[in-house]
Design a protein around this ligand. Structure first.
Ligand code: EPZ
Length: 419
């Protein structure tokens, strides 16, 4: 298990180029089984969630080849419709493979993905929607088995704009008979990217980015070469890192509007933000002010995947902040680790009450989930003294070369392998 050793207090200066978006590349990989022809996804980030999804595709019988930063998938040989349970547990979001396996094989089977460190994460919205498309679903001993004679287009309305359920429905409807109209769809940029990818394969999908998406089933789809959008959550994490440490950082590759309310909140802290096309520049000098309130919402609200990082920032700002986590039930597991650094935060259910302290101090910290781990790293970068952040397996799921990118900005951060 590796750890980071971080000497805090160094301001950050320079430019960061955002990686391809983890939460776009994963559904694109799932969509690659919708054709027997070669699909190439360009500039694939070197993160373990991608490696895990590639393993799932190989288990299904696809050929997956990583070459010079791209990944090529040929699933002509795919015959297996069953996702191995250990891989479903490792990668919860593999549940949207159900849609593409049903489109390809009319059958799909996976272990119930179950909860994780940020919440229960049920999949009722996915399963109800698949049933509307003509899928028969049985759940037995933790396994979900799906089958259908033919996927049939339908009118579907989501009670909650679930990202994964929206993606699963697109993957199940693109080859269905007739038209599907999805109301209450998630509007995240990654949904738009999936629509564009599917249309590049010959699909007929329109409306992504709004809450009504129309999918007219195609006869078949063909291969494509596609460059995904860049990772807005990685970009937001670097912007918050600069806010925490001070300095001037430019993040390239991400449209400002894809960050939801983050830029507005960073300006509220007292940071200077300038944007031009897909470049966002932040300057942070002196002690910042707490945000009065940060409430996570589906896109275009404040992203839940930046909640932990923003809480870490507020921990050493002036004043107090109320953080409200509306998406996941238990997305504050990183807070006890911040308390070890001298933070003053009280968690009550979905609320975290932050009272800013002058400065956090270094401590030995244990990362428990992807974005919580990122928050601990940001806190350590701004703290007085040396911190260690253990169990990097979580941040490695979503941040490619985090140590290299932070070092290039002036951070003192070393990766050490713990025997
Ligand atoms: C996606 O997860 C992202 N993951 C998450 O990012 C992100 O936090 C989340 O969307 C919200 O933006 C990927 O894209 C791979 P949801 P997903 O379905 O699809 C409830 C990260 O750090 N819900 O929009 O699982 C659910 O419990 C990860 O990169 C149901 O009740 O999120 C949650 O409260 C973490 N029933 C809320 O909806 C369902 O059937 C949002 O979940 C599905 C979801």
């Amino acid at each position: 298990m590796d750890k980071f050793v971080i000497e805090g207090g160094k301001p950050l200066f320079g430019t960061v180029f955002a990686q391809s978006a983890k939460n776009s590349v994963l559904p694109l990989l799932a969509a690659s089984v919708l054709t027997e022809e070669e699909v190439v996804i360009r500039e694939t980030p070197k993160i373990t969630d991608v490696t895990c999804m590639a393993k799932i595709l190989e288990e299904l019988g696809a050929q997956v080849v990583f070459r010079k930063g791209d990944v090529s998938i040929v699933s002509a040989g795919a015959k297996n419709h069953r996702i191995p349970s250990e891989l479903t547990r490792e990668l919860r979001s593999s549940v949207f493979m159900l849609g593409s396996l049903l489109s390809r094989f009319r059958r799909a089977e996976c272990a119930y993905p179950g909860g994780c460190d940020i919440g229960l994460r049920p999949i009722d919205l996915h399963l109800n929607a698949l049933a509307r498309l003509g899928v028969r679903i049985t759940e037995r001993e933790g396994y979900i088995s799906c089958s259908c004679d033919r996927l049939r287009g339908a009118e579907i309305a989501l009670d909650f704009p679930s990202v994964g359920a929206t993606e699963n429905i697109l993957l199940a409807a693109v080859l269905a008979e007739g038209k599907t109209v999805l109301g209450g769809a998630a509007k995240e940029p990654e949904i738009v990217d999936l629509q564009n990818f599917l249309n590049a394969m010959g699909a007929n999908v329109h409306g992504a980015g709004t809450d009504v998406i129309e999918i007219v089933g195609a006869e078949s789809l063909h291969g494509t070469v596609y460059t995904p959008i860049k990772d807005r959550i990685e970009a937001g994490s670097f912007l918050i890192a600069c806010a925490v440490c001070g300095g001037e950082v430019e993040v390239a590759g991400v449209k400002p509007e894809s960050l939801g309310l983050l830029l507005h909140k960073l300006r509220e802290n007292g940071c200077k933000i300038h944007t031009k096309n897909d470049k966002i520049k932040i300057a942070s000098y002196g002690r910042l002010k707490c945000n009065r309130k940060i409430e996570t919402m589906p896109f275009p609200g404040f992203p839940t995947d930046l909640q932990a990082q923003a809480t870490a920032l507020n921990a050493s700002c002036e004043g107090g902040a109320l953080i409200v986590e509306n998406l996941f039930e238990t997305r504050y597991k990183y807070v006890p680790e911040l308390l070890k650094m001298g933070a003053d935060i009280e968690v009550k259910g979905r609320n975290a009450f932050v009272r800013g302290v002058e400065r956090l101090h270094g401590a030995e910290l244990v990362s428990g989930d992807l974005r919580g781990g990122a928050a601990l790293i940001l806190a350590a970068l701004g703290a007085e003294g040396v911190s260690e952040v253990l169990d990097l397996s979580h941040v490695d799921r979503g941040y490619a070369d985090l140590q290299g990118k932070l070092t290039a900005l002036g951070a003192q951060i070393r990766r050490v392998t713990v025997p």
